[in-house]
Design a protein. Sequence first.
Length: 374
Amino acid sequence: MKNIGIYIHIPFCKKKCYYCDFTAFQNLEDWMEDYFENLIKEIKLNDLYKYEIDSIYIGGGTPSYVDGKYLREIFKILRRYKVKKDAEITIEVNPESLDIKKLKLYRRLGINRISMGVQSFNDKILKDIGRSHTKEDIFKAFDLLKEVGFKNISIDMILNLPNQTLDDIKFDLSCIDKLDITHISWYSLILEKKSYFNTLYKKNKLELMDEDYERDVFNYIVKELEKRDYLRYEISNFSKDGYESRHNLKYWNCENYLGFGLSAASFIDSVRTENTGNFSVYKNKIKNNKKPIVNKEFLNKEDLMIEYIIMKLRTTEGIRIRDFRSRFKEELLVRFFLPFRKYDDLGFFNIENGYVAFSQKGFDLSNSFFREII
């Protein structure tokens, strides 16, 4: 029986942040009942009995924004299938949307990992990026999590927010020191095509760091987190020992996962699919007992090898040469000799003990290699 990860997309939130381009709806409570009825029907359309579920990730949107009754219904369905006793079960939350009642429900449902959207501890920056919480809300939320007994807590942070400085980063780190956090995702701002920030940027109304300075600040973050025993295990992810995100590692290890809900993606063996992001289309397909898939891609061996290389090189462990050989019946450094030779000569790689991994320079300039190999 194959292991599988499950992703559940909940597209509702109180307010859409200015950098957001996800499938998310603000203040559309009237859609919730209808959405979750169809989401549960979608889950039932899949033959989950042939899998063992070892991770569940509930993302959004803001899952903690919705009434807990909807989560109860989702878990009622999922528990019909084989969910491993030690499965990692994560829910994304925002600080201002938490209360004791919700958190106690999450615990009863078996949720054992919290991923909190923090982004910054600076109140002015939070306001400028469209967040609904403050630094005080973050600290209150951690008090509630501690009271209820959550121990595996991750936070999301963003680098290169408008007018953000190194002093702001130092302040963020000082706040992190006061909280019991086991995992940190610290991403650089991406100007998503349909986001409000991208519109401002095109009008030259967004003050951001230049690329070299941003890289220097991120390397400062890496060093400071390492001093605090947060080990970097992926380009933008850091954890205390043993608290790596098991669900996200499925993506980086090219393992099987199923996504449910609007715009959710799945990867099973050599097939990648993507659900529609249009709610009307989603409902209509499910009404006709069809999966709400709008894109389906069959990856050939070449596609799979390249995807494996790109995803595994995102991790600090890198690619185990023996694993590549076993998976694809090919020699990594022979099949892709030219790009690896070229960028190894440029200092991008550490090749030792049967592994190929990015050096610090490789991580800093990884997109150059990725563009070459595609």
